[in-house]
Design a protein around this ligand. Structure first.
Ligand code: BGC
Length: 753
């Protein structure tokens, strides 16, 4: 494996505080910590989250991922002056996140208003090994004579979710004159949260403690000679009981903290690095490209895919912003099954299984929602948290002139999520051959989602139709026969029927109902020019020039000029819809139909959703349009990594990170799973000379490497896949060459593994 890249912030600019706090956030799937600065800035939003710890602050509020008391902040006073990069003079600034270790380091040279120079170096990480551990370290060196250095840090429970406080303070203690502990309980008495920390300083330092106004702090003071360094090392342990209060939890937390404090920063970092190294080994995508940012985007995406995924807990899933911010309240969307699950499925299939079990364990909530709406089966919530109930806020933005709030329609009608989950179940079954899962959780998920569709139809002139839905394109609401929804629902029911037939169970009418549904469900067919109608009325709507809005994709600027109702009446797409369908079910459409729909819909799409561009890129790659595919892929990378100052303030775009992997593997490497078969059709961008990645398929580990004219597959056991639509069995190391007649297997095959 070549060395991993890093992410550098070379300039201190308050406009980018929150963006970098997101991009450089630390996480291990259980605990996420935003990369805010040690010292306070009014414009930066601190954030620390535990996967699955949700709470509703009060009436009219939405359940949200709790922003925990802060451990990062440090009040630093240098010879009586408060240290801030907004005062004095900044002589050097460098912040760097190392994707390999997850360590974030900042080096600052600063001249105070009194004219004294200091070097301040700080670093921190969240352990990939001990899921509650967070460590930080700061070193301060005066250069122009001795200086008195004061640092106050500890546990700051004044932190809120934008003013909403979720935690009641229960107890604050300092044990053994060293270990600080804050105990909190969510206001609904459901969860106990414990934070502990200990700061290691030199024996010469003066130390005292204070507890006031929800802040438990250690105050450290020391006079340091020029050229010497003041150092403070902080170890912390963060934990919560997610399924009821537990008085033992605090004592356990303290034990864990003591273990960490004994080990210390360096040993904990080394241990965490080992865990991370093993993870990267099974996941890294390496690209040889003359543009450095391509490898960086892949490393960035995978770093965050690791940080956001709660591998330790099947009752939690991946939030739309991971554990990096409060956007979307920490809720789980279809993003998980469609944009994130494939990465796990093909690098660590057990994680994909767990993500599906999260849905399975939440079937009760999906049944409740379906019943409440008058349907049957499982209608999963559009936005999900821990309870499995619908968590979508009822209203979105307020019109401050009229005081009226805009209803969020997704929870009422954006039902494609149900079929997306079934799609992911099928993908899991095909990629793993996990019969035990498919016989129980898989079958139940497929059947219960199918039952929903069976009950959801309307009969119109003898055919079945799906009315009043919202497809992925949320700028077109409450429409009939949305192509995406109908095709996916059809697929969902076909999967359930197949599973039921295979299981050989008794027919309680389900089989007949499915057969009838499949025979009679209306699926919009391509017109003569091969374009498929997004819904019944789409073609009758006018178009407008979208150039201006497309130039500001992601900002929803069209809604400043038009109301949602007006947008609804035009051919304006927020994100891929029919194109999304082409991506999801590629075997249903021939290449001319794919190209025609891409050409028709893309100019009508603003790409205001971060889920849009990458999918267009993959579909373009499948059409053999490499340059276009690369442009879309890069634009997808820039959703978080681009220069726009506020684009990621409230958290990473988790789905867009997943799509960076999808674009490389499904787009350029041309991996496609069709009807349970693995197809590989490489088509690298011109300036990519080599692409390599690991890929799990049916219990075997494939290592795939490709250039423009060779394809090397190394496998630990025999497996069949399709190259140029021809089945080939490979075992050991197999090389293919691109010839005028397509990919040809190398005559001499070296069977060494
Ligand atoms: C998109 C949805 C997506 C959600 C969370 C919305 O803007 O339209 O498709 O699920 O963001 O990422």
């Amino acid at each position: 494996m070549n060395p991993l890249t890093t992410l550098v912030e070379a300039r201190f600019d308050p406009h980018y505080h929150n963006k970098y706090a997101t991009l450089m956030a630390a996480g291990n799937g259980a605990l996420g910590v935003r990369a805010t600065h040690d010292e306070a800035y009014a414009t930066q939003t601190r954030g620390m989250y535990l996967a699955g710890l949700y709470h509703r602050a009060g009436e009219g509020e939405t359940t949200e991922l709790v922003n925990l008391p802060d451990l990062v902040g440090m009040e630093i006073e240098l010879n009586g002056e408060i240290f801030s990069l907004l005062s004095g003079e900044l002589l050097r600034y460098h912040r760097e996140l190392c994707f390999a270790s997850g360590e974030l380091t900042r080096v600052v040279d600063w001249r105070s208003a009194q004219g004294l120079r200091f070097t301040i170096t700080s670093s921190r990480f969240v352990s990939a090994q001990r899921l509650g551990a967070f460590c930080s370290r700061i070193a301060i060196t005066p250069h122009d004579g001795s200086a008195t250095i004061r640092v106050a840090t500890g546990i700051d429970a004044t932190q809120t979710n934008s003013g909403r406080q979720h935690l009641a303070e229960r107890e604050l203690r300092v044990f053994d004159n060293r270990y600080l502990q804050g105990r909190y309980r969510t206001l609904d008495n459901h969860s106990d949260v414990t934070l502990c920390c200990a700061c290691q300083v030199s024996p010469q330092a003066q130390v005292s403690f204070s507890a006031k106004n929800r802040r438990l702090l250690q105050h450290t003071q020391q006079t340091i000679a020029a050229g010497e360094s003041f150092t403070l090392e902080k170890c912390a342990w963060v934990s919560a009981t997610l399924d009821g209060p537990d008085d033992n939890a605090a004592a356990q937390s303290l034990i864990r903290l003591r273990e960490c404090a004994v080990a210390g920063y360096d040993a904990l970092l080394a241990e965490s690095l080992q865990t991370r190294r093993a993870w990267w080994q099974g996941a890294r995508v390496e690209v040889e490209s003359d543009r450095e940012q391509d490898q960086q985007a892949l490393d960035f995406a995978l770093y965050h895919l690791h940080a956001m995924t709660p591998r330790h807990d099947e009752r939690s899933s991946i939030a739309a912003k991971g554990l990096t911010g409060e956007g979307y309240k920490g809720h789980v969307f279809w993003d998980t099954e469609v944009f994130l699950l494939p990465f796990h499925l093909h690098t660590a299939p057990g994680v994909a299984r767990q993500l599906l079990r999260y849905r399975w364990l939440n079937l009760a909530g999906a049944h409740r929602k379906a019943a409440r709406c008058g349907w049957q089966g499982a209608l999963f919530p559009w936005e999900s948290a821990r309870s499995g109930d619908e968590e979508t806020p009822e209203f979105a933005a307020i019109n401050i002139r009229t005081g009226l709030r805009q209803k969020v329609a997704s929870a009422e009608a954006e039902h494609h999520l149900v079929a997306d989950i079934a799609w992911a179940v099928a993908a899991y079954g095909q990629a793993t051959g996990d019969g035990a899962f498919m016989a129980q959780e898989g079958r139940e998920l497929l059947e219960e989602t199918a039952r929903f569709w069976l009950s959801r139809t309307q009969t119109v002139n003898g055919r079945l139709e799906l009315h009043d839905v919202i497809g992925p394109d949320e700028y077109t609401e409450h429409i009939n026969n949305n192509a995406y929804t109908s095709y996916l629902a059809h697929y969902n029911v076909a999967l359930a029927l197949d599973a039921r037939r295979r299981s050989g169970g008794p027919d309680d009418g389900f089989i007949t109902q499915c057969e009838d549904f499949l025979a009679r469900l209306f699926l919009p067919m391509p017109r003569q020019d091969r374009v498929i109608a997004q819904d019944d009325t789409f073609f009758s709507k006018p178009t407008i020039d979208l150039t201006r809005y497309r130039a500001q994709a992601g900002s929803q600027s069209v809604l400043l000029d038009y109301s949602r109702a007006e947008v609804n009446e035009m051919q304006i797409l927020k994100q891929a819809d029919v194109v999304m369908l082409l991506y999801m079910l590629p075997w249903r459409f021939d290449s001319a139909t794919v190209a025609a729909n891409l050409d028709y819909y893309e100019p009508r799409t603003i790409h205001d959703s971060s889920l849009s561009k990458a999918i267009h890129g993959i579909v373009a790659a499948r059409c053999g349009r490499n340059d276009e595919a690369y442009r879309f892929w890069r634009a997808g990378c820039d959703i978080d990594l681009g220069d726009a100052p506020h684009s990621s303030d409230d958290g990473i775009h988790a789905a867009a990170a997943g799509a960076i992997w999808l674009g490389a593997v499904q787009g350029f490497a041309g991996i496609r799973i069709e009807k349970g078969e693995l197809h590989v059709t490489p088509s690298l961008p011109q300036h990519w000379t080599r692409l390599t990645f690991p890929f799990c398929w049916r219990g075997c580990q494939l290592n795939i490497a490709m250039t423009h004219d060779t394809l090397t597959l190394i496998t630990d056991r025999a497996v069949t896949l399709f190259i140029d639509a021809a089945a080939v069995e490979i075992d050991g190391r197999t090389v293919f060459h691109l010839t005028d007649h397509g990919w040809r297997k190398e005559a001499i095959c070296n069977p060494t593994r």
